[in-house]
Design a protein around this ligand. Structure first.
Ligand SMILES: Cc1cc2nc3c(=O)[nH]c(=O)nc-3n(C[C@H](O)[C@H](O)[C@H](O)COP(=O)(O)O)c2cc1C
Length: 545
């Protein structure tokens, strides 16, 4: 009997798919067959492996040799040289580069970067996301089996409460508490909804979980449904995430066929099934009540709260809404226990956080690390420093609705409490790192413009306050602002926060508030000296007005 001696992985993130990963995969299968190697060599598509310069990439284990870009016509040579003759396929290796992120982890299987810790991304990039067998081989559906055969809903809530898991959708609400609220609300019908809208600029963490490990979400939602007493669930997914949608559809069909979804799951009398609902490109539909309206077929406008979705959600029924990353934490917590989970992160924010790193740094991308690391660590360890020797000036942490912070705050440990303590927001985990050539007025103007465009228009404070702020910032960036405008900006920011109906309006005043808090002299220079101290104000395209 032959044993598997080699494993070949093909990158299948969106860029790799565009560059022909599917054909490379198909050709690999054929060539492996034609060399009569199919009993010794496996080939799988894996999601984003963290490097996009030479896609599609092929990694051959156990040597972890990295090839790329691999074209379909290269495949015969690669199989013959590496898999048949056992030597490197010369000329096809990916350009030498220091390995970072997932590739580094894939290569070592241990994680070479200090402090990197994968919980929600533990399988992404390792398994074939289109194979339920692969998921099961990597501990998949084990937590669901444990829950359905030996745990009560109260046991699950208690583990989640002890673990300290908090919502990764931005607000950090304790997950166990939310599950308890829905579980204890009585009613003949309840829903579980996964918020996979992910429209926060610069945030793509949920996409990687959905593309790389779709079954983990299905398993988590089924556990959630059992806990709160729901029999129907919705995954509200960003419309542009077409690959993730395909992977989810495949995974749902497989789960139904294997009896992990549908009637009598795991041979019990528990029933649960899932629908996928694609969004149509509105940031506001990520807000949980607008999302619920959207599933119901209405305009995506947030509801007044209370009542909260936990009691009056989808079609007025008790509804649990959780983010993708939040849910993906649940099966590992069930498998390994609350104490294990608490061994990562900070006491008030246990576990890991997936960050998406963007901006003027050497390495952009995605990393999962324990909660509590500092921005300085992110920039120096994971982002490999500022690009072209630039100077770190500011970061926007937590996405557009997060905070703008100066370099002096880069040693703040980031967790859910750092916002209250120091003003450093964790939010969605997007980290936009900017160098000295960033104009703060322009940055705030671009962000407020985003909120104005994406607001639903329903409440006056947001609609009028956002537009008024945008006018002022535009005037300042065009050199026609006044010092009185700055007082008005602060007042508008306060009103937006106090009076807006939902989180979009409440945070639409944060960029102008933060730039005036940390960079007031730079803003004043635009008004009094008609100069952009950063060098280039993108609005005018000139150094001096
Ligand atoms: C304008 C706006 C957009 C939002 N977008 C998202 C989103 O894309 N994904 C998400 O999970 N939460 C988003 N949220 C937060 C949700 O309203 C909600 O708090 C979250 O889905 C709850 O899940 P969690 O407890 O697991 O964090 C958004 C909130 C606002 C105000």
């Amino acid at each position: 009997m032959n044993t598997i001696r080699s494993m070949v992985l093909v990158s299948s993130d969106a860029m790799s798919m565009d560059a022909g990963a599917q054909e490379v995969f198909t050709r690999l299968q054929k060539e492996i067959q034609s060399f009569d190697l199919e009993k010794e060599v496996t080939v799988s598509m894996v999601s984003d492996i963290g490097r996009h310069d030479s896609v599609p990439m092929v990694i051959v284990y156990p040597e972890a040799t990295l090839y790329g870009p691999v074209r379909p016509d290269d495949v015969h040579f690669l199989v013959e040289e590496h898999l048949y003759k056992g030597r490197i396929a010369a000329g096809l290796q990916a350009p030498a580069k220091e390995l970072t992120g997932k590739i580094a982890w894939l290569s070592s299987r241990k994680g070479t970067l200090p402090a990197e810790q994968r919980i929600v991304l533990e399988r992404a990039g390792i398994i074939d996301p289109t194979s339920i067998d692969d998921y099961i081989l990597h501990d998949g559906y084990q937590a669901l089996g444990t829950v359905l055969t030996s745990m009560s809903p109260q046991d699950i809530i208690s583990i989640l409460e002890k673990s300290g898991l908090r919502g990764r959708g931005g607000a950090g609400f304790p997950t166990g508490t939310k599950w308890k609220f829905v579980a204890r609300t009585l009613g003949p019908k309840k829903y579980v909804v996964c918020n996979a809208d992910e429209s926060e600029p610069g945030t793509f963490k949920d996409r990687l979980i959905l593309e790389g490990d779709p079954h983990s979400l299905i398993e988590a939602m089924t556990i959630a449904a059992f806990t709160v007493g729901a029999d129907e669930g919705y995954i509200y997914i960003r419309g542009e995430y077409t690959l993730a949608q395909e992977r989810l559809k495949t995974a749902i069909a497989q789960a139904r066929e294997m009896g992990f979804l549908g009637k009598g799951i795991f041979g019990t009398n528990f029933n649960f099934d899932l629908h996928i609902h694609a969004g149509a490109g509105a940031y506001i539909c990520g807000e949980e009540t607008a999302l619920i309206e959207s599933i119901e077929g209405k305009r995506g406008e947030p509801r007044a709260r209370p009542p909260y979705p936990t009691t009056n959600g989808l079609w007025d029924r008790p509804t649990l809404v959780n983010n993708v990353e939040t849910l993906a934490n649940v099966p590992p917590i069930i498998r390994n226990g609350a104490e294990w989970y608490r061994s990562f992160g900070t006491p008030s924010s246990p576990g890991t956080k997936v960050y998406t790193i963007l901006g003027n740094v050497n390495v952009t991308g995605l990393v999962e690390v324990p909660m509590g690391i500092t921005l300085r660590e992110v920039i120096s360890i994971y982002a490999k420093g500022m690009k072209n020797g630039g100077t770190f000036k500011l970061a926007q942490t937590g996405g557009s609705s997060g905070s703008i912070i100066p370099a002096t705050l880069q040693d703040t440990p980031m967790d859910f409490d750092s916002f209250n303590k120091t003003g450093v927001s964790l939010g969605s985990g997007a980290l936009l790192i900017c160098n000295e050539e960033t104009c703060v007025v322009d940055l705030a103007r671009v962000l407020v413009n985003f909120f104005v465009n994406e607001g639903c228009g329903k409440c006056n404070p947001c609609r009028i306050g956002g537009n008024r702020s945008l006018n002022i910032l535009t005037n300042i960036s065009e050199g026609v602002g006044t010092l009185e405008d700055l007082n008005m900006l602060i007042e508008l920011s306060e009103n937006l926060y106090q009076l807006s109906n939902c989180g979009l309006g409440q945070t639409a005043g944060v960029p102008q508030r933060d730039i005036l808090k940390y960079f007031r002299s730079e803003v004043e220079a635009h008004i009094q000296l008609k100069v952009c101290p950063a060098g280039v104000c993108a609005m005018s395209g000139q150094r001096v007005y």
